[in-house]
Ligand binder design. Structure first.
Ligand SMILES: [Zn+2]
Length: 336
């Protein structure tokens, strides 16, 4: 019998990934390609991959609903995306463009928020059961992930920048203009001017751009900083200390301010792997040593990395249709 499948489109800063997903989050097909640049190309790449995925699963079922996510200010109600700077998109009617091309309504969301939904749905630690999606990437092999009630979950994205999103009781916390979770732009000290215009934002110590500034190619950077630090490179060691301190601070912030029971870390910096996890654990232990209150929170046990093979944002995007986008509080409504 033909089943109904969901389509999830994740338009990232470098790569676009499209997955066909069952309602329980099981990935049945996955395709990816470099993202386009500019609105028209961004949509073209997404539509091409979406058609490939639909073809790949045509023997299994039909796509009954679709969702898409991308960086920038994404309004799920109007379907409009603004300021996706890394994709050369100033303004894009993402929902209507994709809906028209694919012939079905496409819900949209910010990529970090979609990834938080995906991580919440899969459940932290559940994906360890079936982390390999290579069969799904090459055909229509199935990949199942764990699922369950995980309480309040924060997703921390460490890419070029730092952003987070919180899912509480199964609902995305949005805040004013979707700004809830933009903890990368909390000033925490230092004198580095942030891309947002403030000075000393968390993003200036805990992100890919921070690492590139702290340990630039001119001083031997551009390689694995943990390996270089272990081999005795003092500049690399100083850079990873700052990075791990910043990520530890981000985790502490998400637990204390957002009530996160789990912090799931995704994004490009997760490629640093186990030494990075160990560095962050060491920082969290250090925080616990100076405070019994912090030690009692057991921050060390609350975070983990998303395995690189799990397309968490595409899965989250696929789950957008049919769910409430979360409470809105928009500045234009406050003004009006
Ligand atoms: Zn900032």
């Amino acid at each position: 019998m033909s089943e109904q499948l969901l389509l999830g489109i994740d338009i990232g800063g470098t790569k676009t990934a499209v997955a066909a997903v069952r309602h329980d989050g099981t990935v049945v097909a996955l395709r990816s390609a470099p993202s386009g640049r500019g609105g028209a190309q961004v949509v073209d790449v997404a539509v091409r991959l979406a058609r490939e995925v639909a073809d790949a699963v045509s023997g299994l079922g039909r796509i009954s609903a679709a969702g898409a996510c991308m960086p920038g200010l994404v309004d799920p109600r109007t379907g409009l995306v603004r300021h996706a700077v890394n994709l050369d998109v100033e303004s894009l009617e993402l929902s209507s463009e994709l809906s028209r091309a694919l012939g079905l309504r496409v819900e949209v969301e910010n990529d970090v928020k979609a990834a938080a939904l995906g991580a919440h749905h899969l459940g932290p630690r559940g994906w360890g059961l079936h982390p390999d999606v290579t069969s799904a990437a090459s055909g229509t092999g199935e990949t199942a992930y764990g699922s369950g009630d995980v309480g309040t979950l924060a997703y921390l994205n460490l890419g070029t920048g730092l952003a987070s999103a919180v899912v509480r009781g199964g609902v995305l916390v949005r805040g004013i203009d979707g700004a809830a979770g933009e903890i990368g732009h909390l000033p925490v000290g230092g004198d580095v001017v942030c891309s947002c215009g403030q000075v000393g934002c968390l993003e200036t110590i805990a992100s890919g751009s921070a690492l590139a500034r702290l340990w630039p190619p001119s001083r031997g950077g551009g390689r694995d900083p943990f390996a270089a630090a272990a081999a005795g490179d003092a500049a690399a060691a100083a850079a990873v200390d700052v990075l791990c301190d910043g990520v530890g601070l981000a985790i502490q912030l998400l637990v204390l301010a957002a009530g996160a029971e789990h912090v799931v870390i995704g994004g490009g910096l997760t490629g640093l792997g186990e030494p990075f996890v160990e560095g962050v654990r060491a920082d969290l232990r250090r925080r616990g040593r100076s405070s019994r209150m912090i030690a009692a929170l057991d921050l060390e046990s609350r975070f983990e990395l998303v395995p690189a093979s799990v397309p968490v944002a595409a899965i989250g995007a696929a789950l957008l249709p049919g769910r409430a986008p979360g409470p809105f509080l928009l500045t234009d409504e406050l003004a009006g």
